[in-house]
Design a binder for this molecule. Structure first.
Ligand code: GLN
Length: 453
């Protein structure tokens, strides 16, 4: 088929199905068809690469030139980006066609896509349930086959958790592997771009293009990008898999735990060696994250002042009124909660007790992983404690909501790469197996995920 035919196929599905799922904030059919025709020309001329002409959806956190980039917030509902994020630019250069921008939790703060200004997204496996978050629109778009693949971002689990709850492969590379330029910042020391796909092979193909040094992001890694597809067939005999006992705590749903055990058996049969390891400070990861992430977000979100871009309140009386009402009306409750917590933990008198303390516990968590990787090649465990929960079920209780990321958050604090792969079903709902790799060991990680599929 031509890229135009393929693109039309997905655009038709978006038009038919998205009323039901609310996965897209802004579909971009005209741009998509123009890009598809361009790709067809390149292909006819014998040019282009493996991704030329393939459609994809972008999380609405990535700046896209000339297209609304809302980040799921009223604050940016009127924002049309003047430039492309590096991720968007590199994929476009590879010939990828953009189908549209997907729904997400406001400024990526959430685990259920319920904090979006544009309303919740429904999980295609059960429409009464959440698709996870914050990349919930990307997950629902791929799960409902409105897009073959989508980009996402993961600050504390926002790629892996929705991938698990929607039955997909969600891949978060090492911190610094993919440029954050043009990706609206939530918590800059944790944010990382990645993919939601139907397979690890698709993740490898996309990451190949997305990864690599970018001089416009000072934290992007100056490291060569290996050929991720080349290692996809490597034998797993002798692979050392560590299973952190702390992942199998009382919070883990028994059936979800069983699905993970079954997956471990599959690796055992492939000749891998499985041993127990320990991450003794894992229980500190949620409290540490909920100091570090809000602290960074309070600083990052200070740029939304109603002056330069984004939402501005009506008839401000004076400058202070402009700031207060623009931010008060432009941000939703979860974002306000984070900005207030973050400002508090950074304020004089509390900085040492909270922020500095969190930096120390963050190091302890990271050191646990470094020690574990002296013994094993990858770590495995559940991605989430349970399958998808009901829409509205956890919205009144932020703490219960935060605990949904208990197995994913430590990985961001350490900066490691990790992937969630579908590991079967619990009560007809998908659950994920999480595989964590060593720093910049994405090639091996993707191969380990690939062999399971
Ligand atoms: N659910 C976590 C939070 O609310 C992680 C979000 C993310 O990874 N962007 O902060």
């Amino acid at each position: 088929v031509s890229s135009e035919e393929l693109t039309r196929h997905y655009l038709d599905r978006i038009e038919k199905l998205d009323e039901r799922y609310n996965a897209f904030i802004t579909p971009t059919p005209d741009q998509a068809l123009a890009q598809a025709r361009e790709a067809d020309k390149r292909l006819a001329a014998g040019e282009g690469g493996p991704l030329t002409g393939l459609p994809l959806a972008h999380k609405d956190i990535f700046c896209t030139r000339g297209i609304k980039t809302s980040c799921g917030s009223r604050m940016l509902d009127n924002f049309v980006s003047p430039y492309d994020a590096t991720v968007v630019e590199r994929l476009a250069q590879a010939g990828v066609v953009t189908l549209g921008k997907t729904n997400m939790d406001e400024f990526a703060m959430g685990s259920s896509n319920e904090t979006s200004y544009y309303g919740p997204v429904k999980n295609p496996w059960d429409e009464t349930r959440v698709p996870g978050g914050s990349s919930g629109g990307s997950a629902a778009a791929v799960a409902a086959r409105m897009a073959p693949a989508a980009t996402g971002t993961d600050t504390g689990g926002s790629i892996r958790q929705p991938a698990a709850l929607a039955g997909l492969t969600g891949f978060k590379p090492t911190y610094g592997r993919v440029s954050r330029y043009g990706m609206i910042a939530f918590a800059s020391s944790l944010d990382q771009a990645g993919t939601l796909t139907q397979s690890a092979e698709d993740a490898a193909l996309l990451t190949q293009v997305m990864a690599g040094f970018d001089e416009r992001d000072s934290t992007s890694a100056e490291k060569d990008v290996p050929d991720y597809c080349a290692s996809l067939g490597d034998d797993l005999k002798g692979l050392k898999i560590g299973v952190p006992s702390e992942f199998f705590d009382e919070g883990l749903d028994a059936e979800t735990g069983k699905a993970v055990e079954t997956a471990l058996d599959v690796y055992r049969q492939m000749g891998a060696e499985i041993r127990e390891v320990h991450l003794p400070n894992l229980n500190l990861s949620v409290p540490t994250y909920y100091v570090v992430a809000p602290a960074e977000c309070s600083s990052n979100l200070s740029r939304f002042d109603g002056v330069r871009f984004g939402y501005r309140c009506e008839d401000p009386k004076d400058l202070l009124d402009l700031y207060e009402r623009s931010r008060g009306e432009g941000f939703g409750p979860e974002v306000k909660r984070r900005v207030m917590t973050g400002t508090y933990v950074l304020s004089a008198g509390y900085y040492d007790a909270y922020y500095l303390q969190a930096q120390k516990t963050r190091k302890l968590i990271r050191d646990d992983f470094i020690r574990a990787f002296e013994e094993v090649d990858v770590l495995m465990g559940p991605t989430t404690p349970t399958p998808a929960f009901g829409i509205g079920e956890k919205t009144d209780d932020p703490i219960t909501m935060y605990l949904n990321d208990i197995y994913t958050i430590a990985v961001n604090l350490a900066g490691l790469p990790a992937v969630s792969v579908p590991a079967g079903f619990v009560n007809k709902l998908p659950v994920g197996l999480q595989i964590i790799g060593n720093f910049f060991d994405e090639g091996r990680l993707l191969n380990v995920a690939h062999q399971y599929q």
